[in-house]
Design a binder for this molecule. Structure first.
Ligand code: NAD
Length: 285
């Protein structure tokens, strides 16, 4: 099977991380610091955090991992975040999802200072993303746009179908692509004729979290597929696309693993570096 049509997030993320490393290495004095807040001990979260810390180590960004008990209250978690907001040496803060039931995730996103919002989930950040005035972008959509631009895939006037309307993937991505003059359709579980809508797309982004959702009937030969899904089937990590049957039929496709996942981490670190620079400019003024 020829794999000429793969878009390698592993390759592009390495390029981005190396550029970050080059900048951080040249810094005299203070270095950017990303704090990763974890609540509990979710095995998938442990793995994602390990990858994020490894990327920090590679770039020279200081990665700090804070773990709080599964039983922490909303008030106590908010207090911890407020403290981090006030610490001058902290430039980026993320709270690893999922959070336990007693924690209001939306409220946590609101509490993280907009100047340290490395994940880009604060409503003020998202508002600026919609208005196209933000310097910080939610990491997964940012990584997707970078992958498309890296491959010189036309966005203006292109029909993009996004499956999934979450606040962290589908909604921000749709707005970022609209701002690049794409024609965007956003689908959800209630969408009628999903297969028919998807099959007409030039770019299909699947962020449903449903293994083998995308079969040959969803695709066409000129299509680029971005597979955001992160699913575990029989202990094996896979995306939303039935890769074996679909990959030979399309123009470009991202693999899982090695596609969107590493790009999310690279963009998270890029956000941390941007926040660091923004904070330095703010201090000087
Ligand atoms: P979510 O559960 O919040 O949202 C899923 C969305 O998909 C919903 O809007 C739902 O309506 C839609 N959907 C689900 N099944 C569908 C179907 N059969 N037909 C049409 N629409 C359907 O998920 P999320 O947080 O956006 O994440 C989506 C997937 O992407 C998950 O697998 C998640 O693990 C993965 N993810 C990966 C990365 C990465 O860096 N690789 C980052 C974020 C999310």
């Amino acid at each position: 099977m020829s794999l000429q049509n793969l878009i390698s997030g592993k390759e592009l993320s390495k390029i981005i991380l190396t550029k970050i490393k080059d900048q951080v290495t040249k810094m005299v004095g203070e270095k950017p610091q990303l704090v990763i807040v974890q609540v509990g001990n979710n095995p998938a979260s442990n793995k994602y955090i390990q990858h994020k810390l490894r990327a920090c180590e590679y770039t020279g960004i200081i990665g700090t991992h804070l773990v709080f008990p599964e039983t922490i209250s909303q008030v106590d978690l908010e207090k911890q975040i407020i403290t981090l907001n006030q610490e001058e040496q902290v430039h980026g803060i993320i709270v690893q999802l999922p959070l336990p039931k007693q924690i209001d995730e939306q409220r946590i996103n609101e509490i993280i200072s907009v100047t340290k919002d490395a994940d880009g989930f604060n409503p003020a950040t998202l508002g600026k993303v919609v208005l196209n005035t933000s310097t910080i972008f939610p990491a997964t959509p940012a990584g997707i746009v970078k992958l498309l631009e890296w491959k010189n895939i036309e966005l203006a006037g292109t029909n993009v179908v996004i499956i999934g309307r979450s606040n962290i993937v589908g909604k921000p991505l749709a707005n970022m692509l609209i701002n690049k003059s794409a024609t965007v359709t956003v689908c959800n579980t209630k969408t009628k004729n999903l297969q028919e809508i998807a099959a007409k797309a030039n770019i299909l982004v699947s962020a449903a979290g449903s293994a083998k959702l995308i079969t040959p009937k969803f695709v066409n030969e000129n299509m680029t597929i971005i597979d955001v899904g992160a699913n575990f089937v029989d202990g094996k990590y896979c995306g939303d696309v039935d890769f074996e049957s679909v990959q030979p039929l399309v123009k470009y496709i991202t693999p899982v693993p090695g596609g969107v996942g590493p790009m999310t981490i690279a963009c998270l670190l890029e956000n941390t570096l941007t926040s660091f620079k923004n904070q330095q400019i703010a201090t000087k003024n």
